[in-house]
Design a binder for this molecule. Structure first.
Ligand code: GTQ
Length: 355
């Protein structure tokens, strides 16, 4: 210690390099070499803005449909992988997105897992997701939830192919190393029916709920509702748009809520819809929740940082954390979006900035 060189001198620097080399085999590393990359003054993200044109993705998915059955695949899905995170199967650092195809007559076998999932219907009408043995009949642009550890199977008893967007928190669960998954015992494909389709919507979806502790309280009390039909959310947006000016940063926006607590739809995932009237352009806004969007209706443009994208119906795009987003509606533009805001808000991390 006594004959140590002056800190910052060339001699000290070269001794430090020698120290790093000696420590490395014991898995010890100096924080001061990496601190500024670890604790950054603002978010840095590998996630890149990206747009997937629906028609191109759909063509590939239908080809896969000729080559592998839903049963063989367990889930026949094309992953929307972020170009900034090759090999990750992730669309953002915390979320996954995929397009799932079920052909007429097929079933995707029943399973459950610790990942939370949402389904947003892209095309087709009349297939189902069954949650703990209750079917939700899926119509275009319906939102259906499969919260963690609840049994779910999908099937298509309609006459047309059915495609929906799967949004899951797979990267989040991977981060916590908390993935568990299982199939129904004895190779069973479908969960036995526990309630008629629409039962949960009737009991919990109309500002009503069964008395706690009674036999009528069938669903988990902390997250009862799992089907948010397009016909309902679209009507709410239309009524809003008739009655008031759009918010300058969001347009007319509504978040899907869990009726049990008024919070986001699942512990890790928040979802919303918005309507931008024809000719409206938002002011730039950024937020820490990277968001996956689906164009439900209309045409327009998105500017994400310095990237410009043309939006057409059913296209999908991703906005990274803390990139500024501006949207312009050429005709009435309706978007669905999901993000990890639900998790970030619980952790005290979520921020936004409006210009
Ligand atoms: O339907 O349960 O896209 O478990 C990825 C993993 C869908 C599903 C996906 C899954 C599912």
């Amino acid at each position: 210690m006594t004959d140590a060189p002056a800190p910052g001198s060339n001699e000290a620097r070269s001794l430090l390099q020698a120290l790093y080399k000696e420590m490395a085999p014991q898995h010890l590393f100096p924080l001061w070499e990496v601190l500024h990359a670890l604790v950054t003054p603002k978010p840095t993200s590998p996630v890149q803005p990206h747009l997937w044109q629906y028609d191109a993705a759909r063509a590939h998915l239908l080809r896969a449909g000729d080559l592998i059955s839903a049963e063989q695949a367990e889930r026949r899905v094309l992953i929307l992988e972020n170009p900034g995170m090759p090999g990750s199967s992730a669309v953002t650092t915390s979320l996954y997105a995929g397009l799932q195809l079920i052909l007429p007559g097929e079933v995707a076998p029943c399973h459950r897992h610790t990942q939370c999932a949402l389904r947003f219907v892209m095309e087709g009408d009349g297939a189902f997701t069954a949650l703990d043995g209750e079917k939700a009949i899926m119509r275009p642009f319906d939102l259906v939830l499969t919260p963690n550890w609840q049994w779910h199977d999908h099937g298509n008893t309609s006459g047309q192919p059915m495609i929906w967007l799967d949004g899951l928190d797979i990267p989040t669960v991977r981060f916590y190393a908390a993935s568990f998954a299982e199939r129904l015992p004895d190779g069973a494909m479908a969960h036995p029916e526990t309630a008629p389709a629409g039962d949960t919507l009737a009991r919990y979806g109309r500002n009503l709920r069964p008395f706690a502790g009674t036999t009528a309280a069938r669903r988990p009390s902390r997250l009862p509702l799992f089907h948010y039909p397009y016909a309902e959310w679209r009507e709410s947006l239309a009524a809003m748009a008739r009655g008031a000016d759009p918010d300058p940063h969001l347009g007319h926006a509504l978040e899907f809520v869990n009726p049990a607590d008024g919070g986001p739809v699942m512990p890790t995932i928040a979802a919303h819809v918005r309507l931008l009237p024809k000719g409206f352009a938002t002011r730039p806004r950024r937020a820490t929740d990277a968001t996956v969007f689906v164009v439900v209706e209309g045409e327009g443009r998105a500017r994400i940082g310095d990237r410009e994208m043309t939006l057409a119906p059913r296209d999908l795009f991703v906005v990274p954390s803390w990139e500024s987003l501006t949207l312009e509606a050429a005709g009435d533009l309706v978007l669905f979006g999901y993000s990890d805001a639900a998790a970030q808000q619980k952790l005290g991390l979520w921020r936004e900035a409006r210009e």
